[in-house]
Design a protein. Structure first.
Length: 406
């Protein structure tokens, strides 16, 4: 047995789909993809799976990301367009991949196709990597005999989606980093700098100003109970993650709050609209029926508020109402996109109109992220200056008071 064939012990947690009860266990498998497949066959919805011992995991065996799927789409599209048969295309991409997990996935799909499954059926067996949108487009391509064209559209869609995700990540990273730095600076001052001044003030033998006394009391409390603060923060993070995964109401509320956060909220709103327009445009181009397309679009917006509104639009459209009227009734889509959809419906070119909307909002997000640092710099100065300045003033007030007495 080769090194790469050595079984790996995985520990996992999940939900039994039959009973709804949480469950957990361990499983030996050649790789994480095979382990996930085996666990799902047992009727388990996986929440978390990881190797029990990282030393057993090959350095080349990495997690399969959405970026990997985007690259795969482009590779398959290019090879099919060049006349390479589908099975051979999977053989080439699989054998040449430097990620063992991705290599196993591709060769497994190749084996399924060789055993008589259609491309779509092989993909639907692996929902963790190929969502309903991907499968719908591939199915449309297979049925129409234009698989290479649809794979090209999938690749373009995935590439633009990954680009948009990178922009959103960049937009969120900056303010979060600022907040973390502000908290760390304040904690360092309270834990290490204020105690030095406190020892100095004890030699004064005079009453300290109220503000100084409050800061010293806070410093003493933090020195005694810093572990409580860390515990509470960890508990909050765990609780938020727990309910975000399991409670649609909590997720809806949290996403709603995100949309009204100053500076960041408008960017997230534009991102949801851009995803909506790009996904619906891609599905419309492939000839997917509007009601079915909206079902896939609802899961691609990246925000639970917009996801629920898209489902409401789908329900209205299924009764015969025009898309633009249904969108207008939700009150989450701006006038621009509603007008573009109306023009698209009237002219029969909705896919092109939606593509233009997506391009507009993606460019708008790009500009907003580039300008984010300029917008946040005054806020950063206020936050950091206020925190540090308040602590400095509190520590120097007794010195100023002593100087005035002398």
């Amino acid at each position: 047995m080769s090194k790469n064939d050595t079984p790996i012990e995985y520990s996992w947690r999940g939900i039994n789909t039959a009973t709804g009860q949480p469950t957990k266990g361990t499983l030996s498998s050649q790789n994480i993809t095979t382990a996930q497949t085996e666990i799902r066959r047992q009727g388990i919805r996986i929440i978390r799976i990881k190797p029990k011992s990282k030393s057993l995991l090959s350095p080349r065996q990495k997690k399969i990301t959405s970026k990997d799927i985007a690259i795969l789409s482009r590779q398959l599209s290019t090879m099919l367009e060049a006349g390479v048969p589908l099975v051979q295309a999977f053989e080439i991409t699989g054998q040449g991949h430097d990620n063992e997990s991705m290599k196993t996935l591709l060769l497994d799909i190749k084996k399924d196709i060789e055993n008589g499954l259609s491309f779509t059926e092989a993909l639907k067996k692996r929902p963790d990597y190929f969502d309903d949108l991907f499968c719908s487009l591939v199915q449309a391509g297979e049925q129409a005999g234009v698989l290479e064209i649809l794979l090209d559209k999938i690749a373009t869609y995935k590439e633009k989606t990954e680009s948009l995700k990178a922009k959103i990540k960049k937009a969120l990273t900056y303010p979060i980093a600022v907040l973390i730095v502000a908290v760390l600076v304040t904690a360092i001052l309270l834990l290490f700098v204020v105690p030095v001044f406190e020892e100095l003030f004890q030699d004064f033998g005079a009453d300290l100003p109220l503000f100084t006394r409050l800061v010293i009391d806070l410093s003493e409390w933090l020195q005694a109970f810093w572990w409580v603060v860390l515990g509470v923060l960890a508990a909050i993070i765990m609780i938020v993650r727990f309910f975000h995964k399991r409670s649609p109401i909590f997720r809806h509320t949290l996403d709603k709050i995100y949309l009204i956060v100053p500076v960041i909220g408008p960017i997230l709103r534009k991102a949801a609209i851009a995803r909506f327009a790009r996904t619906l445009s891609t599905l419309s181009t492939a000839g997917v029926p509007l009601v079915d397309a909206l079902t896939s679009v609802s899961g691609a917006t990246g925000n639970h508020v917009y996801s629920q509104q898209v489902l409401a639009i789908r329900d209205k459209v299924s009764t015969g109402q025009q898309l633009q009227l249904s969108m207008q009734q939700t009150e989450v889509f701006p006038f621009l996109i509603i007008q573009m959809v109306a023009i698209g419906e009237e002219s029969g070119s909705m896919d092109k109109m939606l593509s233009k909307v997506a391009d507009f909002y993606e460019e708008d997000i790009d500009n907003a992220v580039d300008n984010l640092s300029d917008l946040l710099e005054p806020l950063i100065m206020v936050i950091l200056g206020g925190l540090v300045g308040s602590l400095v003033v509190a520590m120097y007030l007794p010195i100023f008071k002593l100087g005035s007495v002398i």
